[in-house]
Design a protein around this ligand. Sequence first.
Ligand SMILES: [Zn+2]
Length: 440
Amino acid sequence: MTDRAVATLQALVRIPSISDRDPARVDVAAFDRLHQELRAQFPLVHERLELTRVGTHGLLFRWRGRATDKPLVLMAHLDVVPVDESSPWQHPPFAAEVVDGAVWGRGTLDDKGCVAAICEAVERLLEVGHVPAQDVWLSLGCDEEVFGTAAAAAVDDLERRGVRPWLVLDEGGAVAHEAFPGMKRPVAAVGVAEKGATSVLLRVEGRGGHASTPARNGPTVRLARAILRIDRSPMPARVPVTTVEMMRRLAPHLPLPLRPVLSRADRLGPLLPRALTAAGPEAAAMARTTFAVTTLEGGPALNVIATSATAGVNIRVMPGDTVDDVLIHLRKIVDDPEVRISVVERGEASAVSPVDDAFDHLAGLITDHFPDAVVTPYVQTGATDSRHFARISDHVYRFAPFRMTAAQRRSVHSYDEHLGLEAFLAGIDWYQALIERLPE
Ligand SMILES: [Zn+2]
């Protein structure tokens, strides 16, 4: 049983199902092979569940339960990000070697570990003839990493059928070891919201000309001034209630100087956002909408004055702010009508799912399986496919039931990605328990 599950994960990781914003660059055959592999590895899932194909290679399975009033949606994605050939992987990224008690390779953590664990949990339950108390839907996307449309198409399908999920669970948080300096216990962080990913372009146009006779205040200079203004005037910091709740839950387990301060996080007022923004980029990202100037373009040659200069700005929108709020802020601080600001990609922050009985149900299951972990809600900075599900459910949570070290979390989208065998097997058990304990 154990060996089978690990072999399954290895088989999935060996297929380089890399998504791309340009459909012409996607290796369609790899995704077809991945579907074949899933059929071969999980025969009962494919025999007993109803399958709808969504988008190019997204899969939506329905497992009929005894009731349909509190359906569960388990999400994961089949695609992975590309591998930077120059990065120093200790083990080849698509070989899925088992070394030092872990499977190594692209997608082990993001997100084929979840795909394999979810399907294995369902396959095991089907083997023993289990019928879930509620309908269970498996939504496996194929273009999560490129902000594709498969997950939205799955939501369209569910909406047409009138499905209102009681709980939606996607990737996001994990049982994070070494989550905070000085914290000895792992933190089981369950994402209740995610920041929105938005990109804008700043563009200044001018007359160009020969670099030997420059006019003052040309496009590149105005653009540089705008960038500096953005860097100096971030959006106001504000700590969402979710983060205050997280601090309250973590405080008793933190080292002494922090403990009494954070246990009163709700009464710190403006001190808390100020402390977070001063505590480094990760903490600051938890307290405000962030701006990162990512791309710059100017003249075509060293001796040619640019007729236009552009800068790309990647923005992560905090729940509570809207993209329109951000644009108003940008126009105000840039304060230059010559700098045109246009939205390239508009991603609003997600809704915030409540910390209520559905959350407590998850938290209880986490505590049963990971008794050393401190469970907490949090606002995640990365985007997931689950954001589309807010349309049909108030209870969208982001958590993968795997133990991960800080090094493992850094390896996501980077190199040396690996998932511990024990962690993987414990994750299968956790998904199985989640299905077995669905409410009547
Ligand atoms: Zn992912």
